[in-house]
Design a protein. Structure first.
Ligand SMILES: Nc1ncnc2c1ncn2[C@@H]1O[C@H](COP(=O)(O)OP(=O)(O)O)[C@@H](O)[C@H]1O
Ligand SMILES: [Mg+2]
Lengths: 286, 251
């Protein structure tokens, strides 16, 4: 019964080595990215950076911070996510309830997958043309609408997967006890699916808040914090981009600091969602 | 024999295929009725007509009457949730709700507003868990997820959950087929204990279980009821050739 170098064993060992090296590469890249951003940005990450808007000469190294971009990004991504959620949930439920495994369902899913793959700059250009046609200027509202469109396919497909995994037994069990359809939806289906829906929402939020190309044309950029939907707004990805493309090392450093802030926001939100999901997940049927 | 459920000229279809053909039977009150027959003969379908579950299948349709206490549950003005409240179901595989053990039992009480105040709920949950023979095993973990229970315990939880809404009728669709032998015995014992209070209808594909449980037996074949009658008579002296063949294990 000694271990020998048979073909099956060699195949297995090769595969294992492959998987392990893939993991190492991914983990290594992640570490390297974080290290680059944090080591360069940390010195510039002051309280001023997160608590003030840019003052005169900020982009040449004078006083101020990127509060405009932080607030702007939170507005944009929250607005976009909310909009996407309003549209995604009914689409996902419609897909499950009425289209199911039909051809139409197949086409809808296919087009969503295509939409998912379209680069965000194309969404940005599309939004821009739409704005021109309507005679609108770059604004928070336009940014929110375009981000909503970008987030939509991710959200619908993620929810679709969650809803498709809803066991039929569960609905039947609740119906057998004399529940109405609404009670089944509110007490059973939502409880079973809520963790998955939260994950879908946060996945979409993550894509929305990190996107630079689409908001470039549609939301514009400004040093002020917007006070209405019709005003242009700054965003963190663009703050990173603009500061990194200046020739001043001090400003570049602030660009990295802005990237750290963006990373921390995304990190906090995904940790928060994990925590919420885990708590809600406790009772779901696997 | 006093009939609790009367089935008259019942036909059931999945799309165009007919699964039940002109069924006429009576189910006695507060006894255990066992439905037997080879796989695919329509046992589950018949059971599903008793709690209006067949209509959950797309394209399924029913003609004829199912009378519970002389009232047709397929009549137009019937509230289907009321029907299902009167008829408890023990499924083939236990399906606990995505809630704690406590909430699983309290759920039905809650939607039908059958109790008032926390204390009454607690007492009711305890009572029905005791009836289902599960209380001692779960009393210290009432607020843990129901999925943490073994599959046999889950089935007893489903029994407690079903009994809590105070049905008159208990349906079981091969309720022990997914369970280990000990858990199966538990469920069988409970059904026998409860039969003096509930009209029980159990589908089974094992003849031995049928003999252990049945007061009244129904034998089905290819969507038809071949023979129905008191269990003793059916098992010892079947009138139909096909029943005899089935009991002798020929198919
Ligand atoms: N959802 C369904 N759609 C179409 N036909 C079905 C469906 N469920 C059951 N049938 C058919 O109806 C007949 C009776 O099925 P069923 O009542 O499940 O039998 P049993 O429970 O006795 O095994 C079978 O021929 C089966 O193929
Ligand atoms: Mg069956």
């Amino acid at each position: 019964m000694k271990r020998r170098w048979t073909r099956r064993r060699i195949t297995e060992d090769l595969m294992k080595a492959w998987m392990l090296s893939s993991f190492v590469i991914v983990a290594g890249c992640l570490g390297l990215i974080l290290w680059t951003v944090v080591s360069r940005g940390l010195p510039a990450l002051t309280w001023e950076m997160v608590s003030q808007t840019p003052k005169g000469g900020f982009y040449m190294g004078k006083e101020g911070g990127v509060l405009n971009a932080i607030i702007g990004s939170l507005y944009l991504a929250s607005g976009g996510t909310f909009l996407a959620l309003l549209i995604s949930l009914p689409i996902a439920l419609y897909l499950k309830t009425y289209l199911g495994k039909s051809n139409w369902g197949h086409y809808v899913r296919l087009s969503l997958d295509v939409l998912w793959g379209i680069p965000s700059i194309v969404y940005g250009a599309f939004g821009f043309i739409l704005m021109l046609a309507l005679g609108l200027r770059a604004s928070l509202l336009a940014g929110i609408v375009v981000l909503g469109l970008i987030e939509l396919p991710i959200m619908v497909r993620a929810m679709d997967e969650v809803i498709r995994r809803m066991p039929a037994d569960l609905e039947h069990a609740a119906l057998a006890l004399g529940s109405t359809r609404l009670e089944v939806a509110l007490n059973v289906v939502s409880r079973q699916m809520l963790p998955g829906i939260i994950t879908a929402v946060l996945l979409a939020f993550g894509r929305g808040i990190g996107d630079a190309a689409s908001v470039l044309f549609t939301a514009g950029y400004t040093d002020r914090i917007p006070t209405s939907l019709m005003q242009p707004t700054a965003s963190l990805p663009l703050a990173v981009f603009f500061q990194l493309s200046t020739p001043y090392p001090a400003v570049q450093q602030r660009g990295y600091a802005s990237a750290v802030i963006l990373t921390i926001i995304v990190l906090l939100i995904s940790l928060g969602s994990r925590w919420i999901s885990a708590r809600l997940n406790k009772y779901t049927i696997k | 024999m006093e009939a609790h459920i009367q089935v008259r000229n019942l036909n059931a279809y999945y799309g165009k295929t007919q699964a039940l053909k002109n069924i006429n039977i009576e189910i006695p009150r507060r006894q255990i009725t066992v439905i037997m027959g080879p796989s695919g003969c329509g046992k589950t379908t018949l059971l599903k007509t008793f709690n209006r579950f067949l209509e959950l299948n797309d394209g399924a349709s029913v003609t004829g009457e199912v009378l519970v206490d002389e009232q047709d549950i397929y009549a137009k003005d019937v509230d289907v949730t009321e029907v299902r409240k009167r008829v408890g179901l023990l499924a083939q595989r236990p399906a606990p709700l995505p809630m704690s053990i406590y909430e699983n039992v309290a759920y039905g009480l809650h939607i039908h507003q059958m109790r008032k105040g926390k204390l009454e709920y607690k007492e009711a949950v305890k009572h029905y868990l005791e009836v289902a023979g599960l209380w001692d095993e779960v009393k210290k973990r009432l607020h843990e997820p129901a999925t943490g229970l073994s599959i046999g315990q889950q089935q007893r939880l489903c029994l407690a959950r079903g009994l809590a809404i105070e049905p008159e009728i208990i349906l079981g669709d091969e309720p022990t087929s997914a369970l280990d032998p000990i858990s199966s015995q538990h469920i069988e014992k409970k059904l026998l204990e409860l039969k003096s209070q509930y009209t029980t209808v159990v589908v089974t594909h094992t003849l031995r279980q049928a003999k252990r449980l049945a007061d009244y037996a129904i034998f089905m074949y290819l969507g038809e009821v071949v023979e129905a009658g008191p269990a003793h008579a059916i098992f010892t002296n079947p009138q139909q050739e096909r029943t005899r063949a089935y009991l002798e294990g020929l198919f």
